[in-house]
Design a protein around this ligand. Sequence first.
Ligand SMILES: [Zn+2]
Length: 397
Amino acid sequence: MVDRVGIIYTEDYQKYNFGKDHPLRPLRLKLTYSLMEKLKLLEHQRLTIMKPRLATQHEIERLHSPDYVEIVKKLSENPKDSSIIPYRYGLGPGDNPIFKGMYEASALVCGASIIAADTVWNDEEFKITFNPAGGLHHAMKEKASGFCIFNDIGVAIKHLKNLKKDIRIAYLDVDCHHGDGVQWLFYDDPNVLTISYHEDGRFLFPGTGNISEIGEGKGKGFSINFPLLPGTYNKSFINLFRKTVPKLLEAYAPDILITQLGVDTYFDDPLTQMGFSLAVYRDIAQTMKTSAREYCQDKWLALGGGGYLMTVVPRAWTIFLARMLDVELKNELPDSWIKEAKENAPYEDTPYLLWDRGEKVEVQMLSHPEIAKKIIDYTKSLIEISDEKFLPNLSKA
Ligand SMILES: [Zn+2]
């Protein structure tokens, strides 16, 4: 049986760059690809490396309003265009600074996600495709948000809907931030089930993702949110994830699974307050893979997402790719990659091993048993909510 995995990559991903002081640095993609290469995953016989293309304006406008696309285009050509008030569109100093070429850089990420979607949908040989530059889940129809100019996930969903009108898509988001853009864009659409696990919006941008956000109109029951307490760590999360994801996907029975693989849930991530270590990403990947095979027609479109440590994102996404390829990785990192990480991210702790086993987090939790208990009890309550409130709606669909 042919069982190919596709990865979409180009050096041009480096052009999605908000500047040197911005937390979302394209360096993380470069170091990711380099680690995958040095661990010989890229020469794996089941792997195909694909080049992206720019999404056309028409493809982007299936999701974004033509007005907004035009504004991004104009500012991309001339960032100082004084006829535009960029803040109206979520652009400008702060989260989404304007930079020359931002239209093309964003269209490239969208094009890569379209190619990934197209390949896994149309090519029988491919069960999984992965665009690590994708996953820009915060962008809205007429607005940039949270480092996301265009929402490549929404653009890929619209592309799939164009290929098959009544396609049923399950979108699963494990970024530390709520997958708000995708949720609101398809909030009334029963054919797009959105499931997001994230740090509770009371503590983190964008502030949404409450359990009560369940969709509206025909889409009622097809938005699902699991807000997590700060400090949630591997054991409690994986218990929740394994007890909810397969059941929800089985009940919904989609034609394809799309995942956003943000890894800013890492305990040391500078933007968030969660407690994951690298080992959790192996478990998440395995659950996704098994669920895609059993309940999602064996079609899995994987996209990147957040993650703001240049030495952690590459290891996490390499762990994901290894799971996609059924490769067991050794704990030792290649010397040449350690050197590269050290040179490019001198201000971060240099990693020498792939896994960190999360001892630091577990130790912290053991010294605060009352907090650990609170987290365990809370995640258990989320499993009950899922079974009692979320699941019945999907089974009726
Ligand atoms: Zn995030």
